[in-house]
Design a protein around this ligand. Sequence first.
Ligand SMILES: [Mg+2]
Length: 421
Amino acid sequence: MVKSLSAIAKAKKIKYFLISFVDLFGVLRSKLVPASAISGMQRDGAGFAGFATWLDMTPADSDMFAIPDPESLIQLPWNKEVGWLASDLWMDGKQVEASPRVMLKKQIDILSRDKLTMKSGVECEFFLVSPDGSAIADQRDVQSKPCYDQSALMRRYDLIKEICDCMIELGWGPYQNDHEDANGQFEMNWDFSDCLTTADRHVFFKFMVKTLSEKHGLRATFMPKPFENLTGNGCHAHISLWNDKNNKFLESGDRYGLSKLAYNFLGGLMKNASTLSAFFNPTVNSYRRINAPPTKSGASWSPSSISYTGNNRTHMIRIPDQGRFELRLMDGSSNPYLLQAGILAAGLHGMNMKLDPGEPLTCNMYTDYKNYPDLDKLPDDLEESLEKLEENKIMKDAFSETVINSYIKLKKKEIRSFFSK
Ligand SMILES: [Mg+2]
């Protein structure tokens, strides 16, 4: 039975709901709705003018409606009067195909025909900078190898603890927080879940980190490469496919502990990696992170070629443990839903075609790349990844040609506006 948000509001003393959705550029949009109006909104949705957001619509289009998913409800731990809801977009009685959450749900549905679910965890790196965004907030954070620096971490204890306490209260199972490889950079990890839950939490995490940072007089940014000489913000994802409680990627007899299904899925990611870059590295700034020269700390920690390996962080895909792999291509500007949807669409293609990812590489790719001149490279810039997307039939079949063309059109417009400034 569908949960009544009105009844939940009464029980949890929620006075307002944020009915939210994410557009194609990953921007979080909301309406703040009083609890007295939530029943109607739960049934009919909150109205929005699509043209006012990054969706390929015109001012003449009818209203679109965000119908909240009650399963996604998060009561803001720092303001319990407010409940946050992820929504699916509808227009003229039909789901909006270009709504990123709808795009992900479509791939989840296809996978469920094989009685499988994709589970994933994301590692969202972010910088804490000054309120005007011009510099790292902590001026004492100057080590050349600042990763795991205890003092720099503990100077941000009040903020990190508050965010982590929120995740504990929400039942996300956070388990570690650290200072990352760039000055001013942090990462906070919570448990993996089914990929829709992870995507909703990923959206909420960014909102929470930004909001609580502002409360502490700071500014948080997930921008891929805010400082040229420092490591950028990655958003690695760990992936596995499950049938009920069985991890179908696990095969203990294999050298890396992966099943044939996992290698096929991985093959799909390898084959579509440069196309997926259009979703995973979706901004002009993204390409200053991938293909980057070594940073002040000595490594960029981001890939430049399409390769996979065992437990080795210099490749695009790492197999850190049995039964899962880590895709290291994505950055902090990737749309949380398109991130999961892109992985799933490519993985499904690999499964269906029984793609072989080839032999893994065990070299240090940062130093030995010249020994592998034939290895496919990741795109040099956003234009190139959009060209790959334009040519890719697999993604057009997965998400529809109209949706992909809309995405390309909007992104090209963004590139033009960036370079005309
Ligand atoms: Mg990291």
